[in-house]
Design a protein around this ligand. Structure first.
Ligand code: SF4
Length: 373
């Protein structure tokens, strides 16, 4: 088995926390998902808009993007504007900063065959800035001590550090669909200390399939998450809550349970999905069987249905207004804004209960309104 792929920067959070997971994941087949394709479409658009803003040659990839929509466009524009602000800041410090887009970054000095691609790297006198675009919504990504970005920064430091005096390292996450723009700063000295004392020794363990299993939030990115015993033990441990006497849970007990629920539900869902896949492949689980789920009636031949209904003297079609995205595609962005800008609004999203650390502003509830008064 080749040792090259499994110590990637993007999975470093997982394998640094649980070194044996690297070897186990490397033994599992890669599974492509629509989310991954959507992410790479979103990145392609960002790359194009940024190159365009920098005045470099580029080709508009829009027509080849399977998941292109209005949200992807406005998110990429926001990313481009954010990066260009950072470029201006760097230009204020240094006459001629280096701005790299989709830059291969090699951190193999610390991790065997370690390399990755930085969405944008700005290097100037006194500063090295790594900017990473995250299009996903599932997990809020923090910049603080983000090991993926730290690996990229090491790669950039190794390649460009000698050209500039890069004492300050900036790591930024731009995650538009979570309204999350997060930046963390550290010194090059601290980064190198971490690389020597933490990254390199753990990478060595991980490459050898050694180290201690450790379950936690990072398990959601692990390919063996459904069958891993350490994760099962950890998840079942979460259910051992000491309930006190009264029949009903009080608010303090619910507050204690809430942070454990996401991991528990994620683990339970992973086990159920894995068991279904296995059952379909012929594995028998005592007390269980596979049945057909609910389904709705469908037309087998839409053209024939329409023809038959017309012949019977009825109109088989309904007339519907195009959705916002389809309408913008038809009119073009400029005309869409001119004609319909004042007729488009964003309704309030559904309330979601999240940890207090979430950066989104508080939902405007009736209780909040009352408190304000
Ligand atoms: S599921 Fe979690 S504990 Fe198990 S190998 Fe993967 S990262 Fe480690």
């Amino acid at each position: 088995m080749a040792k090259h792929a499994f110590l990637s920067a993007s999975s470093s959070h997982r394998w640094l926390a649980c070194p044996p997971s690297a070897m186990l994941c490397a033994q599992e087949a890669d599974q492509s998902s629509p989310y991954a394709k959507q992410g790479s479409d979103a990145h392609a658009l960002c790359e194009h808009l940024l190159l365009e803003a920098l005045g470099r040659p580029t080709k508009d990839p829009t027509e080849d993007l399977e998941f292109y929509d209005e949200e992807m466009q406005s998110s990429a524009e926001g990313y481009r504007d954010f990066v260009m602000e950072q470029v201006e800041e760097a230009r204020a410090l240094c006459a001629d900063p280096l701005i790299c887009v989709e830059q291969r970054l090699d951190y193999s000095r610390w991790v065997e065959n370690g390399f990755g691609t930085g969405d944008c790297v700005i290097v100037g006198d006194g500063i090295l800035h790594i900017i990473d675009y995250k299009y996903g919504v599932g997990v809020l990504v923090a910049a603080t001590k983000n090991t993926q970005l730290m690996c990229y920064a090491l790669g950039a430091l190794d390649t460009f550090g000698s050209l500039y005096n890069t004492g300050r390292i900036k790591l930024s996450i731009y995650q538009p669909r979570r309204d999350n723009v997060d930046t963390y700063e550290m010194t090059a000295e601290t980064l190198l200390e971490w690389a020597d004392q933490v990254l390199a020794p753990i990478a060595k363990l991980a490459a050898a399939g050694e180290g201690t299993f450790c379950a936690g939030d990072h398990c959601v990115f692990c390919k063996v998450k459904a069958t891993c015993r350490a994760r099962a033990d950890y998840s079942l441990e979460l259910t051992k809550h000491e309930f006190t006497k009264p029949a009903m849970l009080d608010d303090a007990e619910i507050a204690d349970i809430l942070p454990k629920i996401d991991n528990l539900v994620a683990w339970a869902t992973d086990v159920k999905e894995y068991a279904l896949t296995q059952a379909l492949a012929g594995v028998h689980y005592d007390g269980y069987k596979v049945v057909e789920g609910r389904s709705n009636r469908k037309y087998s031949d839409e053209a024939k249905v329409a023809q038959t209904v017309i012949q019977a003297g009825f109109d088989p079609y309904e007339k519907k207004l195009l959705g916002v995205t389809a309408m913008q595609k038809q009119l073009g962005k400029k005309q869409f804004n001119e004609l319909l800008g004042s007729l488009v609004y964003k309704p309030q999203g559904k309330p979601v209960l999240v940890p207090a650390s979430d950066k989104r502003p508080d939902f405007n509830t009736a209780a909040n309104d009352f408190t304000d008064i």
